[in-house]
Ligand binder design. Sequence first.
Ligand SMILES: C[S@@+](CC[C@H](N)C(=O)[O-])C[C@H]1O[C@@H](n2cnc3c(N)ncnc32)[C@H](O)[C@@H]1O
Length: 278
Amino acid sequence: MPTYKQLLQKYLRFNSLDIELLLAHALRQPRAFLLTHLNEKISLKKYLSLRYYLWQYLRGYSVAAITKHKEFFGLDFYVDKNVLIPRPETELMVEEALKEIKNSSTEITLIDIGVGSGCVPISIGKNSEKRVQIIAVDISGKAITVAKKNSEKNSVTIEFFKSDLLSSVQDYLSKINTRIIFTANLPYLTEKQFKEEPSIRREPKIALVADNNGLALYEKLLRQTKTIFPNKKIILFLEIDPTQSEQIKKIILQLYPSAQIEIKKDLSGLDRLVKIST
Ligand SMILES: C[S@@+](CC[C@H](N)C(=O)[O-])C[C@H]1O[C@@H](n2cnc3c(N)ncnc32)[C@H](O)[C@@H]1O
């Protein structure tokens, strides 16, 4: 049987980090283990596992989908086919929400809409110096099961609700008397973008696509927040596609004419996050 070093050399034509992660997963060891055991020979059973992972990889599954783990904001998240694999660009929303919480002199309730794996509220809860009450919503019961597992694993307390945006939680939310911050990374791609992007075709469509040029769910969410909190000032952070910044500004101003809107750029310099202060 080949050594780990020989295997890494054999698959040099692929992304080397991906192959290291898949080999480490086949060995059921952390990646760092490989570096100190390069001359060890792989067992037949583990070699067959590695071949199976490579077969999935070549069929377009990401390393996170194969290993069922993804690092986000320095934390480890379990992921499966029922949730979107956390994206690095979403860390911007976590950073900005943490800043907002830090600068607030009053108690905060964080409400995350479209929780998926739970990466956003869990990273905020884990890194906030202040105590924050956290509520999270998803239309998918299976996504909530994943998010619950991750919240327990990371010891962050969250109240979960299965709801189409805010429709099943309106009464509950209307009684909250702290300051409220919403975070939402809802589906914002168009059908066309979904069909044309091969890297996402293995992910749940319900997590990615929305009508009205991708903005239907954000518009509906803003209509709901306006109805539930007619006189309360709230903060919303919405992740967008860089092409949507002008159109989303128009939607926001139609519903909240005096809102303050800030568009924040991701690490690639692209418009990625809208901050709305009503
Ligand atoms: C783009 S994924 C984001 C997941 C997670 N917030 C993240 O950043 O990785 C969108 C999530 O919104 C959920 N979703 C889609 N439509 C929804 C709706 N109408 N109400 C609540 N959640 C919804 C999907 O099930 C999915 O988990």
